[in-house]
Design a protein around this ligand. Sequence first.
Ligand code: PLP
Length: 798
Amino acid sequence: MTRSCSMDAAQYNAYIEHMRQTEYPMLKGATYLDHAGTTLYSKSLLDAFTKDMMGNLFGNPHSASQASQRSTHQVQDVRLQLLRFFDANPDDFDLVFVANATAGIKLVADALREHESGFWYGYHRDAHTSLVGMRELAEEHLCFREDKEVEDWIEYGPQDTQTRLGLFAYPAQSNMNGRRLPLNWCRRMRNKGVLTLLDAAALLSTSPLSLADLDTAPDFTVLSLYKTFGFPDLGALIVRKDAAWALQKRRYFGGGTVDVVVSLKEQWHIAKSAHLHKQLEDGTLPIHSIIALKSALSVHRDLFGTLERVSEHTSLLAERLYSSLKSLRHANDEPVCEIYKDPTSSYGNKNTQGPVVAFNLRDSRGQMVSNLEVEKLAHVRNINIRTGGLCNPGGIQSALNLSPWQMKDNFSSGQRCGSETDDVINGQPTGMIRASIGAMSTLTDVEVFVAFIAEFFLDTSCVPFNRTDSPISSLDVPVSEQLHIESLTVYPIKSCAGWQIPANTSWEVQPQGLAWDREWCIIHSGTSIALSQKKYPRMALLRPTLDFAAGLLRISCAVPTKDSTATEINVPLSADPRCFTANSKTSTPTNVCGDIVSSRVYASPYISTFLSAVLGVSCTLARFPANSASRHAKAHLSKTTDSKDATPLAFSNESPVLCISRTSLSALNAAIKARGGTAVPPSTFRANIVVSPSLPSSSTSTAYIEDTWTSLCIFSHKRHSHSSEGTSSTANFKVLGKCRRCHMLCVDQQTAETRQEPFVTLAKTRRQDGKVWFGVHLSLSKGETKGWVRVGDQVKAT
Ligand SMILES: *Cc1c(COP(=O)(O)O)cnc(C)c1O
């Protein structure tokens, strides 16, 4: 029946590789290693589902019509098929459809709390966040910090004298590092009178689970079907009928879960009694998802054979991934990867280890590499992995050796689940990288990923910095460089195209930055989050122009948009209060790079229609209030420069003024060309000031000298408009630090297309402390409230 049962491992891998081209066309050009998040849906599955839906009339199951009956039968049928998929005898088990594994866990928790004296809850350290949360509903709870504590508790723990209902919950496989936990705990806990909940969501992604032996089966098993089949988005709770009583105290009833309800004069109802699932499935079932599940089961069998086969295949790939990562060494023999493998598990042994590798990277000096940097480069290479806390608090804390006070400390330093903040705090990582393998993964995926890690994170020379450009010690730095301002650019709308300040114009610099720089932003209509080019590259196509003669900010789009007739819109440069929405006459809280600042939102549908058409997302224009101390850039700076070490502006690419050097750009372009790439223009770096050597003979030996600057002095000659007379002025800048770069550099500012350079070359030649640097952040020196700059001005850097 299946094409795969008689193949050896290499043949099977080749078969997947080949089959993938038609079945998973979305994998083209991508490396997907986040199967523990969700696996992928195949073309055959979606085709079969569509065919089923188009060929049959399906109604709401709760009535007598043919369409309704058809749905009813399908649901009954699929419920049975799914039980059989787990070798579960329908006489002994019932299956309850739920939204996802978490919903199954909550259903159990909600039912158990109805028992007279509540329930005792024990859970294993490796539990997913969704299991941990159940403790909040328990009267008493206990976290088992290691397997031995579970074993000891089973051996020596309290005897069956507890008056309170007890539940022990654990994952069959850790969603963090793929470790597989002993399945025999269920039987042994039962012997102690404790109910068991097995979270099989991660395990079932690549491994079978058999409930054939009633004696060893958990009382409750939860799973997420999308993790096994990629589609539908559905979960299930499998209940051992002997334990059904524990769930039957639920007080809530809803459509579908009662037989009779009397509501008016008297109030009583009779719960459905025939089947447990009838009592627990409130409201209309997700019938179409359940119907899809039928196709999912049969297509999975056709494409992969059995889950045993999947398990074998993925286990082999994981072994390869693990050993390859483990053997990566810097030139000084220091390991590149720190892998979080449990000592009790071993890759290649399916009983103890699933196809997941969780790890962090160290540079050749042993410093942790920030996961953010790994993410940025993975993004450029279209490699999909998961990084961060991985929804596994206990596992992370124990693998990373974080104590509760450190977790709290990290939280106050801005570390949040799912946030984009820095993840190496005080030299210690707060998260990890997870590469997880699925049924349709191949050896090529593993090789691509390992090569990627080696390419960017393995130091072959162990000269930590400026590997291609001769490093300059601060002693060699001449006190003054003959430099001048080559160009000046402001970005009137945050993340949109820049506007070049005309060559003969003196421009005002304020403590917040160049006048008119990032005065506006574009916000998402629903969330008020300021949009960024990183997520919306097309913002580069929005070209703002400052038209002082007309008193307008003109915004044009570099390419015609089909849904919008306008090719340009404009708003007054003056902050005319009539432009703004009524409720934001004062201000609207706007989220700019994670900081809440106030802004005023433009009311005109004309503006939002135009911007939304260009960017393909519902959005509108907002203006930061004048002279507000909380103007976005400033909000960042006060936070990041107050630290002891004034150098890194770690969290943001925003600062009053960003300056780059033409000499450094030339050096970078030479490196890009040496690697066969195409040179990039200065606009790529979205700087405000480009400085270049005044003497054309200046050699590239001064490339990256700006890294060592501490201050910058600009000598400006401001011509009065009414006469040929002028005044000279000096603007003094403090260098706040180097500018940390991300893959936004890959957006071509002309076309809004993304490409790999210059980020790839920068990452290889300009990485220090695990971060990629180019350019420097400046602000007016302390105490200076105003300065003037102009193209051609002499610059002295020290
Ligand atoms: C994914 C996962 C969950 C949560 O599943 P949802 O479908 O998001 O509710 C719970 N436990 C483990 C082990 C998982 O891998």
